[in-house]
Write a protein that binds this ligand. Structure first.
Ligand code: ADP
Length: 247
């Protein structure tokens, strides 16, 4: 497989903060329809890698190619438009809008929240809202105010808001933090559905959850890849046990 066949190809990516290399000559390749989980101890550089991909942090050197398009020189909104969606740990939904409205305002038409709400509902938007609501298990709660959703449902709603933009790569930071066991299982099913036609990168600490979702695991340590492969392979790796899993 050549590097141009990957949906995401990161090569020699480095970022230094005052001389400290948080990410150090990283090479990372993600396939189409792959669900990759990134694990590693605190401070390993996991969040910084996602920040670099979505343009929140600018690299010192190296390359990030998404569908063969170089992202390192693009602004955050251009990276979103290229098809990369990022969800942070804290949900940023509109609590006083309904589930429907939250999804509706996320339809990409470059308007303000209030402008989007006033905009006449087109069939296109409605079709997409219903499709996404079904995918995120909220189709029966479309008229509910978002504030009344459970913690897990709020996380799914935010994932749905990203799906409204039809990303081809979705990046999620600890998506099941604070969720009940049932919600964790439902989230695993949701992510498995999502990656049937998109790629997903997840940062996660919950190893039981990682086992349920990961196609491949990348273990980061001190800004570099310590191990990579199937969950079984990285779990058995002595270096990984020493710096992370053994603790
Ligand atoms: P992880 O997500 O694996 O816990 P991070 O990516 O958050 O790790 O951080 C990696 C290292 O980079 C940490 O030592 C952190 O303090 C440092 N770091 C991250 N962002 C910045 C920044 N903007 N300025 C200075 N140091 C940073």
């Amino acid at each position: 497989m050549s590097n141009t066949d990957f949906i995401l190809a990161i090569e020699d990516l480095t970022v230094s903060f005052d001389g400290f290399k948080a990410v150090d000559k990283l090479n990372l390749y993600v396939d189409k329809n792959e669900l990759r989980v990134v694990i590693g101890p605190n401070g390993a550089g996991k969040t910084t890698v996602l920040d670099l991909i979505c343009g929140k942090t600018k690299s010192t050197s190296g390359s990030i190619k998404f569908k063969n398009k170089e992202l390192t020189k693009l602004a955050e909104h251009e990276i979103v438009r290229a098809g990369v969606g990022r969800k942070f740990q804290t949900p940023s939904i509109y609590e006083n809008l309904t589930v429907y409205q939250n999804l509706e305002v996320s339809y990409p038409r470059g308007r303000s929240v209030w402008g989007s709400l006033l905009f006449k509902r087109s069939d296109d938007v409605m079709t997409r809202v219903y499709k996404v609501a079904e995918e995120i298990l909220l189709k029966d709660l479309l008229d509910m105010e978002a504030a009344l959703l459970s913690h897990g449902q709020k996380q799914w709603l935010e994932i749905g808001m990203l799906l409204m933009q039809e990303p081809e790569l979705l990046m999620l930071d600890e998506p099941v933090a604070g969720m009940s066991a049932k919600e964790r299982d439902q989230t695993a099913d949701l992510l498995n559905r999502i990656c049937q036609n998109r790629s997903v990168i997840v940062i996660e600490h919950d190893m039981e959850f990682v086992k349920k979702i990961a196609h491949k695991v990348t273990v980061l340590h001190q800004g570099k890849i310590l191990a990579e492969g199937s969950m079984d392979k990285v779990q058995a790796d002595e270096k990984v046990i020493e710096v992370y899993l053994g603790h």
